[in-house]
Write a protein that binds this ligand. Sequence first.
Ligand SMILES: C[S@@+](CC[C@H](N)C(=O)[O-])C[C@H]1O[C@@H](n2cnc3c(N)ncnc32)[C@H](O)[C@@H]1O
Length: 146
Amino acid sequence: MKNKITKTLKKALLRVSGTHQKQAKPYEFISWLKFANAGTLDNGNLYCFEYAIEHLPSNSPVIEIGSFCGLSTNVISYYLQKFNKLNKLITADKWIFEGGENANEFLTGSNITHNEYKLFVKESYVRNTAFFSKNHLPYTIEQFSD
Ligand SMILES: C[S@@+](CC[C@H](N)C(=O)[O-])C[C@H]1O[C@@H](n2cnc3c(N)ncnc32)[C@H](O)[C@@H]1O
């Protein structure tokens, strides 16, 4: 009984610590991209993107909601090209972040306004996608998804 509990606990711990997380193939390009392109991707996202794109059921457009600085956009665009998919990539972001609705307010502890921050992130998105996804550019809508 004690053994069974220990085994179950060990399994749960492995799951929580991510050791059992499925891994995307280690493409060198993705490593270079992650160094240079700000963003919040988890390795599990990479695995899911890769799987979903390799198994796309049609040529319908792929939609991304929330691109931030373009890291996930560039990853999706990379996989689309890797797997020779012709699907267009459509992305949406208004670059108005939680807590940043008041454009003229400063980011706490700085002399940068939320509007300046938004413009910086948006310009980063444009530059990052123009550079890393030049052969499969996304169609980007500056709006909330709803
Ligand atoms: C956690 S970041 C996304 C990270 C990004 N995918 C990456 O690879 O780094 C969340 C982004 O989603 C955007 N966002 C949040 N809600 C949204 C909505 N309803 N429609 C469009 N964009 C949204 C935010 O402006 C922000 O840029």
